[in-house]
Design a protein around this ligand. Structure first.
Ligand SMILES: NC(=O)c1ccc[n+]([C@@H]2O[C@H](COP(=O)([O-])OP(=O)(O)OC[C@H]3O[C@@H](n4cnc5c(N)ncnc54)[C@H](O)[C@@H]3O)[C@@H](O)[C@H]2O)c1
Length: 409
């Protein structure tokens, strides 16, 4: 992958921020000099991920968080307070979405609001003509996702989707081995699993209801379907899924409405090119584990991430290539620097920001496009549909039945 800007200067963050170096004035900072922030960002939605983007932008330093907008005052207060730990830059607070999107001082907009608001917020944001970052999943249903793809095709600026797992260290390495080095030969099967604790609390608890989130496989697992689509290098043809709500939020109610989100699922995806994939989800585990196993006709790769937050031990992230007698096998511990890993999503958000800022500077980058975001949603939505009616979903028929056959053109 070519997304790492080789010109990005190696940072000596530990020294930069150590008290023993605090007497060095700005004028004398050479090794510790921070990059000049050349772009102004406006963050729309300052909840969990909005604040992660603010933190990461400040850490990267190539773009400045200029302003924030949220419909909940408390989110703005919390974002402002937390941001002070990372930057002394003043923040503009906007009174409404329109003003936030059209501030002449802003160079780009980052939409970090709940899934069910994405399409409406995006339409207001697009009227500004500014480059846009839109969190995943791009929408809660395929109609809105397809409309976003259409709108983005004729948009004068770019839209980047927040599918950043492709920047996790183990997947960068896995993609390199499987797709560039071709260490595994032709990829035939891909198995991905996530075992993790339940969804966290959210503003208005939007993630407890499928009508706000799109369902668990859309909301959370679009990340994995994006990775699987990229690795399979083909179009999904058939999807079968079995899953449900076994443990989490079974007695959760809000305003008289019961939570209806799945907490476990098994998904099988057949690709038109013969690649087979499966995905396992379990969300009632004490810790986070992700695993990807790719097998080709010349080898096998195992990528693992274990984040044991209960014991607060360091994450273990590894990639293993096994070639039998066909070549060299190896196991590597992979990862980014500790501050980068700790900045959010094991450092993947940091590299997502590098891609975003690079795009702002006119570079060609490897980042999630609206079209890729939609294909991740197609697999996720087909899986949601299969879970609901217990049948195999033919992807072409599924898309056609929603009047979206043009997507296959
Ligand atoms: N890429 C990732 O790994 C990742 C991780 C977490 C969340 N997300 C995505 O980010 C989005 C936000 O998730 P979150 O976890 O930060 O949720 P959250 O509930 O913590 O924060 C959402 C914020 O948006 C605000 N908001 C709601 N409607 C709004 C509107 N119309 N205009 C402005 N602000 C509005 C809420 O008040 C809240 O402060 C979701 O789409 C989610 O799927 C992505």
């Amino acid at each position: 992958m070519k997304w790492i800007d080789k010109l990005t200067k190696t940072r000596l963050r530990m020294f930069e921020s150590s008290t023993g170096q605090s007497h060095v004035t700005e004028e004398d900072r050479f090794l510790f000099a921070r990059p000049l922030a050349k772009h102004n960002l406006v963050i729309i939605g300052t909840g969990t991920i909005g604040q992660e983007h603010m933190r990461v932008a400040a850490m990267l330093g190539r773009a400045r968080v200029h302003g924030i907008f949220d419909t909940q005052e408390h989110s703005l207060d919390s974002a402002e307070k937390n941001f002070k730990k990372h930057s002394s830059d003043p923040l503009v607070r906007y009174a409404d979405l329109h003003t936030a999107c059209n501030d002449p001082a802003a160079d780009a907009l980052m939409i970090c609001t709940p899934n069910y608001t994405h399409f409406e917020v995006l339409k207001v944001a697009m009227a500004s003509g500014k480059p846009i970052f839109l969190e995943k999943p791009m929408a809660t249903d395929l109609h809105d996702a397809a409309a976003i793809v259409d709108l983005s095709a004729s948009y004068s600026a770019f839209i980047q989707i927040g599918l950043q797992y492709r920047y996790k260290a183990q997947y960068v390495e896995a993609f390199h081995e499987a797709l560039e080095r071709r260490s595994l030969g032709d990829v035939k099967t891909i198995s991905v699993s996530e075992h993790r604790p339940p969804f966290l609390d959210k503003v208005g608890q939007w993630n407890k209801f499928s009508r706000f989130s799109g369902g668990t496989l859309v909301e959370k697992c679009c990340h994995y379907f994006d990775l699987i689509n990229l690795l399979a290098q083909g179009r999904p043809a058939r999807v079968f899924a079995s899953g449900g709500q076994a443990v989490n939020f079974v007695d959760f109610e809000k305003d008289g409405e019961r939570s209806d989100i799945e907490d476990n699922a098994f998904v099988i995806v057949d690709y038109a090119n013969g690649v087979r994939a499966n995905f396992t989800l379990n969300m009632f585990c004490p810790d986070f584990d992700e695993e990807m196993i790719i097998v080709g006709d010349e080898g096998k790769l195992i990528a693992k991430e274990n984040f044991n937050f209960q014991h607060q031990t360091e994450s273990e992230i590894s990639v293993e290539v096994l070639k039998g007698e066909l070549g060299i096998s190896k196991k590597s511990i992979v990862g980014y620097t500790r501050p980068v890993e700790q900045s959010g999503h094991h450092g993947s958000t940091y590299y997502e920001h590098i891609a975003f800022v690079d795009q702002l500077e006119g570079k060609v980058v490897d980042c999630a496009t609206a079209m890729q975001g939609m294909w991740a949603m197609i697999v996720a939505s087909a899986a949601q549909h299969s879970m609901a009616d217990g049948q195999v979903v033919d992807v072409e028929e599924f898309i056609g039945s929603q009047g979206l056959a043009n997507l296959l053109a």
